[in-house]
Design a protein around this ligand. Structure first.
Ligand code: FPP
Length: 267
């Protein structure tokens, strides 16, 4: 039986949901059916986060690199995302789950963007669980965009170039209001971060598993959390310093979350 310490749960879990295609191929199914089954894993992990009171979950649903896939698979992925967001919305509202979009809106098919925006707007007041959907997202693109937004604020006289610190730049990212990512999970056996949350992963614990995303359900999620709880998070200090402390480790660049004003983005 899994025993989790409720005081040592991550506040923010991010997931690279890999292995849908292989899951389908192993069953002689179309890859798209792997993505469909992957959506059931999404539902289950969201439910687990609610039950465990993990307040932030970020999911890599469509990367900038996914545009290189065959056109038929891209179409099917967009249709799946559109249907998923539309069909889950009543449940999201009932459970007071907030949806935030991470990524560029340009390029997302109109019907998908419409459902996404509807979900973002309809759930904007909730905070029991915030689910960040990384759609049309790239980590380098996000950092470049943050730099651009900051430069615009300098040009507009709202900021001075000397104001720029890591803490301030963090607030121009799509995850501006999110806490640090405590745990990154990547399923499907690869051990890389693939342009996901590059800035945000600075102090994150990384967990890689060979389990394919459609097979990643409650037991596998609890196993990842158990592994996480065995890590010693030092944030640059020595193990002795950390163990001497009674308080949980504080993040080096922990920031007070205060939304930016008038940056021109709504995420
Ligand atoms: C990677 O598996 C997965 C994706 C590119 C898409 C992830 C999308 C889902 C899980 C669909 C549901 C998501 C939401 C938010 C409803 P892959 O196709 O690269 O697998 P492979 O490496 O085995 O080919």
């Amino acid at each position: 039986m899994v025993r989790l310490d409720p005081d040592k749960l991550p506040r923010h879990v991010a997931i690279i949901m890999d292995g849908n295609g292989r899951w389908a191929k192993a069953r002689l199914l179309n890859r798209v059916l792997g993505h469909e089954e992957g959506a059931n894993s999404v539902r289950e992990v969201v439910r687990c986060c609610m039950e465990l009171a993990i307040p932030f979950l970020t999911l890599y649903a469509f990367s900038k690199e996914n545009w290189k896939r065959p056109a038929g698979e891209i179409r099917a992925l967009w249709e799946l995302l559109r249907r998923f967001i539309q069909s889950e919305l009543p449940e999201l509202v009932a459970r007071e789950i907030r949806v935030i979009h991470l990524g560029d809106t340009e390029g997302i098919p109109h019907e998908v963007l419409q459902e996404l925006q509807t979900a973002v707007d309809a759930t904007a007041a909730f905070d029991r669980l915030t689910v960040g959907l990384a759609i049309n997202y790239g980590g380098r693109q996000e950092i470049a965009r943050a730099a651009r937004l900051f430069a615009m604020d300098v040009l507009n006289g709202k900021r001075q170039s000397a104001d720029l610190t890591p803490q301030l730049l963090s607030r121009y990212l799509f995850t501006g209001e999110f806490p640090e990512v405590d745990l990154l999970i990547r399923t499907g056996g690869e051990r890389r971060v693939s342009n996901f949350l590059l800035w945000q992963l600075a102090y994150t614990e990384l967990y890689f598993t060979n389990v394919l995303w459609p097979d990643f359900r409650e037991p596998q999620f609890l196993e990842a959390l158990t592994d996480y709880q065995q890590r010693e998070r030092r944030f640059g200090r020595t193990g002795e310093q950390v163990r001497a402390e009674t308080q949980p480790a504080k993040l080096v660049d922990e920031r007070t979350v205060e939304p930016l004003e008038n940056t021109g983005f709504t995420h």
